[in-house]
Write a new protein. Sequence first.
Length: 168
Amino acid sequence: VYKRQVTGCGSEGPTEPDPTTLSDLFGTQLFRADGTSVGLSGMEGTPLIGIYFASPGCPACTGFTPELVEAYGRWETQGKFFEVVLVTSGVSLADLLEYMTESNMPWRAVSPESNKASSLIQRYGIQWVPTLVVIDAATNTVTMTGREEVVQQGDGSYDVWLAAIGGS
């Protein structure tokens, strides 16, 4: 399996106080693939949120992203509430939006030009992409191995995550 190292990150752990809100983690300005600026509206009540660390030009991301897009769509159709926030670094906002469009990503993204992207990479000790971290609405980490769980368990991974936070 090809792994691409994310530059500028380490595994020292968080250097800031633990965020207590989604806006602490992501800021208040996220982007959709069409370039529209969106906030966190609708995410506050979502039981599970995936933080998807990926990068344009990463072969492993090219392999996993369609799988995540399809799972996201199926969960949405089944009434399972799951949001995804894309995090990437080392690219321009224009390159990020192009990557999202080409990959049919229906979710939001943190601007790679903001300090939130590097803060998230550092907070979760991300060394490789793609990585899918799943958190709950209170920003508690549910799993650091979401990618592997989606690959191995498919749609069942959502139910495992929901059960981990006491949902049904």
